[in-house]
Design a protein around this ligand. Sequence first.
Ligand code: NAP
Length: 353
Amino acid sequence: MLVRCIRAFRPGGVLYRAFATVRYHQRGDPADVLRLEADDDVSELGPREVAVKMLFAPINPSDINQVEGSYGVLPTLPAVGGNEGVGEVTAVGSDVTRLAVGDWAVPMPAAGFGTWRNVGKADVSMLQKCPSDIPAEYAATIGVNPCTAYRLLRDFETLREGDTVIQNGANSQVGVAVIQMARDMGVRTINVVRERPPGDNTVELLKSLGADVVVTPAVLGVADDYAEAVAGLPPPRLGLNCVGGSIATSVAKQLDEGGALVSYGGMSLRPITLPATILQDKGVRCDGFWITRWTQDRPREEREAMIADVAEMIKSGRLRSFLERHRFTQFSQAMKEARKPYRSRKVLLDMSR
Ligand SMILES: NC(=O)c1ccc[n+]([C@@H]2O[C@H](COP(=O)([O-])OP(=O)(O)OC[C@H]3O[C@@H](n4cnc5c(N)ncnc54)[C@H](OP(=O)(O)O)[C@@H]3O)[C@@H](O)[C@H]2O)c1
């Protein structure tokens, strides 16, 4: 991966770093295909265009899948990497009324506006105003993971206080948002995380956020051990799956009669297989969720209201994320970190460094 710093001189003679855009011209391993290129020219704007200076942008699993070519929606090549982030509006075209200079803007999911860049311009329909009274790091990650958790807890089962939700990949950023939003609703969570390496504090971290039970796949797979771990909790009404394979099957087996299994990711790259009895006898329903499809199907105002709601949770301290800042100038290193297993922190690119 060719990522180096482009150096330039400011008129005053002070050396500064004008980092640029991480782009790919063919799909493949991010380590091979991502290239550093010069920033786009944002000096001339069309009437519907908006120019932004990017502040922060995460590296999400879906960004990596998109570069590899294995994601549900693929941008036309060449493409700029990254789908999430927050930018400050620096200029707007003559017809733009929804955004103004100084606003913070986040891209609409899978709009095709790559976020791994210092500056960029886009049609106003690709961007959405974001509250600027939350930390910029949180704004950069508000549009996908917390919104997914928000929908997963509302759209598939009517959850009441005292109900239980079970989820795998519970230490993913979607998972930690599920834990905190469920806690706010009075809903208990059973959280499945892979066996951790020595010294890892993921279990303590999840419990500090309000996780009621944290178990490994091994415990989930042994009836007596699982029964002991979840003693006192009602069988879960909702199961959330972002892993697939045998862990998805185990989650489905714990569901209450008539409960729902909702898949939103496939981190293990394995298919989900379910015994017929789960569907026939227990009447478990299976569904899927994709925030991109949801955004396309729903009015913009509904998404704006959801983001405002999530921003309130952030402001009041009810929703925390675990983010690890990396310099954009060290993109290669940041990408290596993002691809490592057993991380409980999202890699976030700081575009100013
Ligand atoms: N459908 C949607 O709308 C939507 C929206 C947002 C996210 N997603 C999907 O949700 C998933 C989580 O996203 P995120 O950004 O929250 O993730 P993240 O914070 O980057 O965390 C990744 C998670 O995946 C787990 N994981 C990685 N490889 C695994 C494997 N081989 N087997 C089991 N677990 C594995 C990690 O566990 P360890 O710590 O044990 O490595 C961690 O819990 C991804 O698949 C993403 O594409 C979907």
